[in-house]
Design a protein around this ligand. Structure first.
Ligand code: PMP
Ligand code: GLN
Length: 386
């Protein structure tokens, strides 16, 4: 008997390695510019990094409290009040987590019983379905249609039944860059009215919206907030994805259930980083407010460069991603096209079909533009050759 057979049957027979890991490795193997996996090419603010070093050197190296360091919970609560006008209890409604990824898993685990149905919208971020399935839930996929990638609320209404436990929302949306309008809030309200459906709102790009658009957080709407886990990521907002830090905000009753899961997955979250963020947000409370303009400029730079290519860009209203249609260049499936682009043109991208249960017949890849202008320029030059 080999070690390999000891683990069989595995829990996740059809599952491989995530597309982000696959494409980053491929980029590295081929020496390609990595516009695939979504991470900024910039380090976090110098003061933030200094505060991490300071707290590590000054005795903040042991377990943080289960739900987070109080000073940071307070800063998060203040930010939520400033942005969304919502008063949340820092100690009872906010849990700091090792990234949004863990928060999503904890929230789903806290809600989903075997046989429960969970609605997600395709193209869907890749952790949602595994989180549901590991809990014995059933994922119901509702496609969002090109080119607007808005939610078809009638399809949601048609899908809801008495087994529907949860809807996972993602706004601003990865990979499409679509951002909710006020009527999406109204429609959500209408379809869940009278039900016990809970909401997980993945808001990791909440500070990155363009062209004057504002992020509509469920936290601004008390009737929706009372049934929602709202999740964000310090990695995205402060350019430090490798630090693995995020948080979840929920009503007390939901947060109590969330914490029962979180305590056995991670117990608590990296202490010195939390102290450092508490200091940094207090010292520079405007950081998040500058992010949208920063990335809007990146988007515009990238769009201008790419307009010289044969890719057709889908306008991005938020996030640091840009979809592009390559049907004028090739009719290859997107996974093959992405591989060829990485290998032969030295630019790595994400094929969008992997985020669908039933991929539509479209030829679209995702670029990440969270890069220095020189990197975007170099990549565009290579892409213009196609
Ligand atoms: N949700 C979405 C939509 C994301 O794009 C990401 C990652 N970038 C995450 C969740 C996970 O965030 P984190 O790195 O904080 O775990
Ligand atoms: N969220 C990032 C993206 O969409 C990747 C995160 C990861 O690799 N886990 O590219």
């Amino acid at each position: 008997m080999t070690n390999d057979s000891l683990i069989q049957p595995g829990k996740f027979p059809g599952t491989g390695t995530t597309i982000f890991t696959v494409m980053s490795k491929m980029a590295q193997d081929h020496g390609a510019i990595n516009l695939a996996q979504g991470f900024p090419e910039f380090d976090g603010p110098p003061l933030l990094r200094e505060r991490v070093a300071w707290h590590m050197a000054n005795g903040h190296n042991q377990y943080a409290p289960l739900a987070g360091v109080p000073g940071l919970q307070q800063q998060i609560a203040a930010m939520i009040f400033e942005l969304y006008g919502s008063v949340v209890n820092p100690g009872r409604q906010i849990t700091v987590t090792p990234g949004a990824t863990e928060a999503i898993f904890c929230a789903v685990t806290a809600c989903v019983h075997p046989g429960d149905e969970v609605i997600v919208f395709d193209p869907a971020y890749d952790t949602y379905e595994p989180s549901v399935e590991l809990n014995g839930g059933v994922t119901r996929h509702i496609p969002m249609a090109y080119p607007d990638f808005r939610i078809d609320w009638q399809r949601v209404a048609d899908q809801i039944n008495d087994r529907t436990r949860l809807i996972i929302l993602n706004n601003p949306h990865n990979p499409t860059g679509s951002v909710w309008w006020e009527d999406d809030i109204e429609s959500l309200r209408r379809v869940i009215d009278g039900s016990n459906i809970l909401l997980v709102s993945d808001d990791v790009y909440e500070h990155i919206t363009f062209d004057g658009r504002k992020h509509l957080s469920l936290l601004s709407y008390p009737d929706l907030a009372e049934r929602a886990f709202c999740i964000s990521s310090f990695g995205k907002t402060y350019h430090v994805t490798g630090w693995r830090l995020g948080y979840c905000v929920a009503p007390e009753s939901l947060m109590r259930e969330f914490l029962k899961i979180h305590q056995f997955i991670n117990f608590s979250t990296n202490a010195p980083l939390q102290y450092a963020f508490a200091d940094f947000i207090e010292a520079d409370p405007g950081h998040h407010a500058r992010l949208a303009a920063f990335y809007e400029e990146k988007r515009n730079t990238f769009n201008k460069l790419m307009n010289e290519s044969r890719f057709r860009l889908k306008p991005s209203a938020g996030t640091f991603f840009q979809l592009a249609d390559y049907s004028a260049i090739s009719d290859e499936p997107d996974t093959e096209f992405a591989t060829r682009l990485t290998r032969d043109y030295k630019v790595a991208v994400i094929p969008v079909s992997v985020f669908y249960q039933r991929p539509p017949s479209q030829h679209i890849v995702r670029f990440c533009f969270a890069k220095h202008d020189e990197t975007l320029g170099q990549a565009a030059e290579r892409l213009q050759a196609l």
